[in-house]
Design a protein around this ligand. Structure first.
Ligand code: ATP
Length: 344
């Protein structure tokens, strides 16, 4: 049977893009494949690659667990836990980093993006990596450890994470060849690519909806009230074409983004087909529909999140039991890994 692993960083309440693009898919996979083993993690170690305020990180960590439960990750069906409560993630990451060439890590798009940003920040033509922390270079190895620790066979990821999963497969293969045993140590995990629902910023439809964009009205959070949702959607950038709405991402990115959101809220697979049914709408009517559909989508999770936030005892219990289950599985892997490398 399959073992499915995925993780999300505790860096604030997820936005609609995170939900439609990633998290809602976790719930779907969990509910549609009861025979599989499902492991979902709030990956706190990863958040440290960027500067964090320790007080806020602690709150975000608990909030993210509550969000996952609120959207339907069920501790009876899945292991749900904090990565940082299982130190074996870092133990395996260290071992794997010792068989990973640095050149491989420097070719990661995520690293190249950081390098480019450091150049802009210094407004110099030369890239200067001396100030970037080592974690930014090596976190893909930690991601590989996250997955391999549970001998996961399938990993739900967005298109943008596929390169990291390829690295994970290469590392697993490298370990299997270097440290042979009676059977191969790690399965090579397969991507479950999330049907790419890229949700764009409401205020700048040339960019994706993102939690790090400076303008809070560019994104809808899963905790936004009906009023906040309506105001943000009303303020969304569209276009000046007044003969109804149509799906045309190149010429009408803002309008198309609203159509994509509406279509996704209704669970339609084919935006273009769905958009045909909206042809007669004005921008104002479309915005009203989008605000209503988003509210219908998140009202349940939002209320459940608020309820869970008040139930600290339950959250702690889920975290504790999840950590125990995660540690039990990983300990089995680590016994074998240590034996193979000669440090048992
Ligand atoms: P950032 O500030 O880096 O943009 P983010 O929260 O917007 O952060 P990530 O933390 O990189 O995004 O992504 C978490 C998950 O949500 C990933 O699986 C990613 O593919 C998905 N995701 C993020 N933004 C979007 C979006 N706008 N549309 C669809 N999926 C998204």
């Amino acid at each position: 049977s399959r073992t499915i692993f995925s993780g999300i960083q505790p860096t604030g309440i997820p936005h609609l893009g995170n939900y439609l693009g990633a998290l809602s898919n976790w719930v779907k996979i969990q509910n549609e494949n009861p025979q599989d083993k499902h492991i979902f993690s709030v990956v706190g170690w990863h958040a440290l690659t960027l500067p964090q305020n320790p007080k806020e990180l602690g709150a975000s960590r608990r909030d993210m667990l509550a969000v996952l439960l609120a959207i339907g990750i069920d501790p009876k069906k899945s292991i749900i836990f904090h990565q940082d409560s299982n130190a074996m993630h870092t133990e395996l990451a260290w071992i794997l980093s010792c068989i990973t060439p640095t050149g491989r890590l420097r070719r990661m798009t995520s690293w190249k993006t950081r390098l480019a940003q450091s150049r802009n920040a210094n407004s110099e033509s030369e890239v200067d990596e001396s100030l970037l922390n080592a974690g930014l270079l090596t976190y893909p190895v930690l991601q590989a450890a996250d997955i391999l620790l549970y001998q996961a066979t399938h990993v739900p990821v967005g298109e943008d994470q596929n390169q990291h999963l390829e690295l994970c497969r290469d590392i697993a293969d490298s370990f299997n060849r270097t440290f042979k045993g009676r059977s191969r140590m790690f399965p090579l995990p397969t991507a479950l690519i999330t049907p790419s629902k890229r949700i764009l910023s409401l205020t700048d439809p040339s960019a994706k909806m993102s939690k790090s964009a400076p303008d809070p009205s560019s994104r809808i959070l899963l905790t936004d009230s009906a009023k906040q949702i309506a105001a943000k959607v009303r303020g969304a950038v569209t276009d000046s074409i007044s003969t109804g709405v149509s799906y045309d991402p190149d010429e009408r990115p803002g309008t198309s983004n609203l159509l994509a959101i509406l279509s996704a809220c209704f669970g339609h697979e084919d935006v273009r087909l769905f958009a045909e049914t909206c042809r007669g709408m004005s921008h104002g009517v479309l915005k009203g529909e989008v605000a209503g559909a988003v509210e219908d989508l998140i009202a349940g999770p939002r209320a459940e999140f608020e309820r869970l936030k008040g139930d600290v005892g339950y959250l702690d219990q889920v975290a504790r039991e999840g950590a125990e289950a995660a540690r039990e599985l990983s300990a089995r892997t680590m016994v074998q890994v240590r034996e193979r490398i000669g440090l048992s």
